[in-house]
Design a protein around this ligand. Structure first.
Ligand code: FAD
Length: 485
């Protein structure tokens, strides 16, 4: 088949790679004018205004690593050769965990430490090496072409795309990987489809990231506790990258205008990171910033666009992949894994239904709903709870004030049971990490009786345990007082 892929981010590149490896001819149209760099550091300078999140911390989860290792070992080897490193469960546990014994399935619990731009650069290089992939960068798609015939009565069938300069690309299949701000719904409606409905839910956070590099001869700090934390009024984490780089991300509630404005200043940002347990050791002089500014991203939405309502496509001849169909809160670090996973589900549906585009669409939609959508729903639920807590804190109220609210009890189990158990018990930490890395279903942690028993045992000891080391200033006002004005 001739396939046109709209967008050259992780979903588009993953789609191009897998489809080319299945023997299809692929044209990727990417609006950002991004000539092929020759090094990871050159890729870091790419002008990626179409995907501004590349300037933010990115985690690459075990679900993605598994696909690379099992299905594209050459791509995985190329990433490691360009400076990405593996983070294996068990290798770097905090000293408070004393019962770790390696299990056979720990081998799949591997994350990749890599900058997002390095990941994209290597993926693009490998896709191009297939020979069947053509890249058209600096060209934007601004509509779809419809065929004279229809595969389903009354449902437009797509025959390619129209570029912003008026040229067209005809194709047997259009893969839309145009990211969270994809205009696919508008293009479809302009082509005569029914309006596309979507679920939208504000994540309630604003993201701040800055990148650093270890100075010559310096090492990463020894692991003494968690690599991130949630103070209710501020979430934060440190992300290891490739080639001695790392980044720090802070996230404030959208409503906290004061902190939002302050953290955009690199001096305030660094000082804030020095006040937080997990990030402080990284900013003790062992590293220097490689981004002069703090990158800020707001308007972060969970969004699920419904292109197959009731199982019937709004149009035929297209498959939406990655953020273009479903995007989630960046804090969970799932987007690239879901995008790459989605590209594989899409390509699997293409391979399983040769010549039958409607069956491809149905097959892909079924798999996406079964495997990926549950992660979207669990993220939306988690965000609603986080918004409730941060709103209470910002209003000076106690989020646990209403003891009759079942959420108060669940929060207590999370804070006084799960969190302490994860600090001391490798069994609980492993179960949590398997979920975090998309290796099991979202509800597997709460359904595991052994884990449940361990968490409740920790919860019952909540009053007899010595207080935990604070993750940072307990109250927002304390943090603000420590920051330069
Ligand atoms: C602040 C932030 C932090 C994140 N952190 C993480 C993380 O830690 N781990 C993780 O896995 N995910 C993370 N994500 C999510 C992740 O970045 C996305 O899920 C991922 O980029 C989705 O890939 P994609 O290919 O679908 O979209 P994108 O990467 O956004 O790519 C879409 C591409 O399409 C192009 N395009 C758009 N319209 C057109 C057009 N009309 N014509 C041609 N080209 C077009 C754009 O230029 C862009 O290159 C984060 C997201 C944000 C916002």
């Amino acid at each position: 088949m001739n396939v046109v892929v709209v967008g050259g981010g992780v979903a588009g590149l993953g789609s191009a790679l897998v489809l080319a490896r299945q023997g299809h001819d692929v044209t990727v149209v990417e609006r950002d004018d991004t000539p092929m760099p020759t090094s990871a550091d050159e890729a870091f300078e790419w002008d990626r205004r179409g995907a501004p999140q590349v300037r933010h911390s990115h985690a690459f989860l075990a679900r993605l690593v598994g696909l690379l290792r099992n299905e594209h070992p050459d791509v995985y080897a190329a990433l490691l050769a360009e400076g990405a490193t593996e983070m294996r469960f068990g290798d770097d546990l905090p000293p408070t965990i004393t019962n770790f014994e390696r299990q056979p399935d720990d081998d799949e619990l591997v994350m990749l430490a890599c900058r997002r731009t390095t990941f994209e650069w290597v993926l693009r290089r490998c896709a191009l090496a297939e020979g069947r992939v053509t890249f058209r960068v600096g060209e934007g798609v601004d509509g779809v072409l419809t065929a004279d015939h229809q595969l389903l009565p009354g449902v437009p069938h797509l025959a390619g795309v129209r570029l912003a300069d008026g040229n067209t690309i005809e194709a047997d299949l259009v893969v839309v990987a145009a990211g969270r701000r994809s205009a696919l719904s508008e293009w479809l409606e302009a082509a005569g489809t029914a309006p596309v409905t979507e679920e939208v839910d504000d994540t309630g956070i604003v993201y701040f990231s800055r990148f650093y590099r270890l100075r010559e001869g310096q090492q990463v700090p020894p692991r003494s506790g968690p690599i991130g934390g949630d103070l209710g009024y501020l979430k934060y984490g440190v992300f290891v990258g490739d080639n001695d780089s790392f980044s720090v991300t802070l996230a404030t509630p959208t409503a906290d205008d004061e902190l939002r404005k302050m953290l955009a200043d690199p001096v305030v940002f660094d000082e804030c990171a020095r006040q937080l347990a997990a990030t402080a050791p990284w900013l003790d002089g062992r590293a220097e910033p490689i981004t002069p500014d703090v990158h800020v991203m707001a308007g972060l939405l969970n969004r699920f666009r419904e292109y197959m309502p009731g199982g019937t496509p709004v149009a035929t001849g297209f498959l939406p992949v990655g953020d273009a169909v479903l995007c989630t809160n960046p804090l969970y670090g799932r987007g690239c894994s879901v995008a790459f996973w989605g590209a594989h589900l899409m390509a699997k549906a293409v391979a399983a239904n040769p010549g039958d585009v409607v069956a491809m669409m149905t097959n892909y939609d079924t798999d996406l709903r079964a495997e990926v959508v549950p992660w979207y729903r669990s993220g939306v639920e988690q965000d609603a709870e986080a918004r409730r807590v941060s709103a209470a804190l910002l209003a000076g109220e106690d989020p646990d004030g209403d003891t009759s609210d079942p959420r108060t009890f669940m929060r207590s189990v999370f804070r006084d049971g799960l969190m302490p158990a994860m600090r001391t018990d490798a069994v609980v930490l492993r179960a949590f990490f398997r979920g975090l890395n998309l290796l099991v279903s979202p509800d597997s942690l709460v359904k595991d009786p052994d884990v449940q028993a361990r968490v409740f045992a920790a919860w019952q000891e909540r009053d007899s345990r010595p207080p935990e080391e604070p993750l940072g200033p307990k109250h927002r006002a304390e943090l603000l007082a420590l920051l330069p004005v």
